[in-house]
Design a protein around this ligand. Structure first.
Ligand SMILES: Cc1ncc(COP(=O)(O)O)c(C=O)c1O
Length: 392
């Protein structure tokens, strides 16, 4: 499994890599260096949401490369403004801060929540509440925000100012807001933590308590965003309105980007000099983001995502019902998990040999992340392969 993690590699072995080298990607498929084709139902871990090298995004990036690659955020950048306008037009948000990754977007959110308490409210509030089995990134602050010990191991002392509560536990919400709490940060489907959707009533209660105590209600939609769950952002399906939302991964179809969206109330906590990022909102990334969003915000596109997601989920449920190797189907839209009785990683290896790439989320969950524009024939290939590996 970690064949590329050898001393011969000049790349640090921070990833346990599968023993194939990917050299080409187009649509829903990737190819390895031996020319073998795979149906990529990992989508770069929910990043290549329109498949590999989608034409509209490729054209926009090429055009941007002919125009302007980079300029400092000390100047106005029209393409960045246009992406921010698209994001605010299609969400609750009034303003956007751009970075380059999910972790960076969450760092911005954590800073904004502290500044909201300290600058806007004039308190000493600093604590951000997160949840068990959450995942918010690998930087020092975001790993401290992450409610998983395995991510935090060997990095003591952890950054101060985080408190964890059990996920989906209404009774524990009695402890949600403490005297120093400035924000709550949560995923609506825990992706890395096992593909676990949040209970709508619980989310509503978190929102209510945040609003009652005037602490920022912040959603980490790094994995659930950019159409992944069948709406542009998952919060639309929960009937809640966050103060802050973080997005990255699928936002620019695989060109690095991250963004923190905020209501004007929350955004008031930042001013010139509060935060920055050299590459944040870079013109090439912004062009890719704009072209991506123009596709994803089309209601017909989203309707088709929901249709294929319903079909695929139905087929997965049929497998789970029939096969003793699978237990249940969980998730939302095309962020799906298939519970396994055996070790999920072994099934991932077998699927790969048969030309299908899928992931794990924990020991007993296969995580399946098709591109949003996948076809019924591709979904059927995945189903056929899963049936084959289940009966092997
Ligand atoms: C919910 C969530 N938040 C944050 C991150 C971190 O994003 P990045 O790897 O772009 O820093 C991830 C990555 O998997 C994620 O799933």
């Amino acid at each position: 499994m970690s064949e590329t993690n050898t001393a011969a590699s000049a790349v640090m072995p921070t990833y346990s890599r599968f023993p194939i080298s990917i050299t080409k990607g187009e649509g829903s498929y990737v190819w390895d260096d031996a020319g073998k084709q795979y149906l990529d139902y990992t989508a770069g871990i929910a990043t290549c949401n329109l498949g590999h090298a989608p034409a509209a995004v490729k054209e926009a990036v090429k055009e941007q490369l002919d125009t302007l690659w980079h300029c400092s955020n000390l100047y106005h950048i029209p393409i960045q403004e246009q992406l921010a306008e698209l994001l605010t037009a299609h969400t609750f948000a009034d303003q956007v801060f751009f970075g380059n990754s999910g972790a960076e977007a969450n760092e911005a959110a954590i800073k904004l929540a502290r500044s909201y308490a300290q600058k806007v409210k004039g308190t000493t509030g600093y604590e951000v509440v997160t949840f068990s089995q959450s995942f918010h990134g690998r930087t020092l602050a975001t790993l401290a925000a992450t409610g998983q010990e395995k991510i935090q191991k060997n990095f003591a002392p952890l950054a101060k100012g985080f408190r964890y509560l059990p996920y989906n536990d209404v009774e524990a919400l009695e402890e949600l807001i403490g005297p120093d709490t400035c924000g709550v940060l949560m995923e609506l489907v825990q992706g890395e933590g096992g593909v676990i959707p949040a209970d709508p009533a619980w989310v509503k209660e978190v929102e209510r308590l945040c609003k009652e105590h005037d602490v920022l209600f912040m959603l980490d939609e790094v994995q659930t965003g950019a159409g992944r769950t069948g709406t542009l952002y998952a919060y639309e399906q929960y009937g809640v309105e966050p103060d802050v939302l973080t997005t990255a991964k699928g936002l620019a179809s695989g060109i690095p980007i991250g963004a923190m969206l905020a209501s004007s109330k929350a955004a008031a906590a930042f001013e010139a000099g509060s935060h920055g990022s050299t590459f944040g909102g870079n013109p090439v990334a912004a062009a890719a983001g704009k072209a991506t969003l123009e596709v994803i915000t089309n209601p017909v596109f989203l309707m088709e995502v929901q249709e294929i997601a319903d079909y695929f989920r139905g087929e997965l449920e049929a497998i789970a019902a029939k096969s003793s190797g699978f237990t249940d189907v969980r998730g939302k839209g095309l962020l799906l998990g298939l519970g396994t009785t055996g070790k999920a990683i072994e099934l991932v290896h077998r699927a790969r040999e048969l030309g299908l790439l899928v992931l794990v989320a924990g020991e007993h969950v296969l995580r399946i992340l098709p591109p949003l524009n996948t076809t019924k024939a591709e979904a059927d290939f995945c189903i056929g392969t899963l049936k084959q590996i289940a009966s092997a």
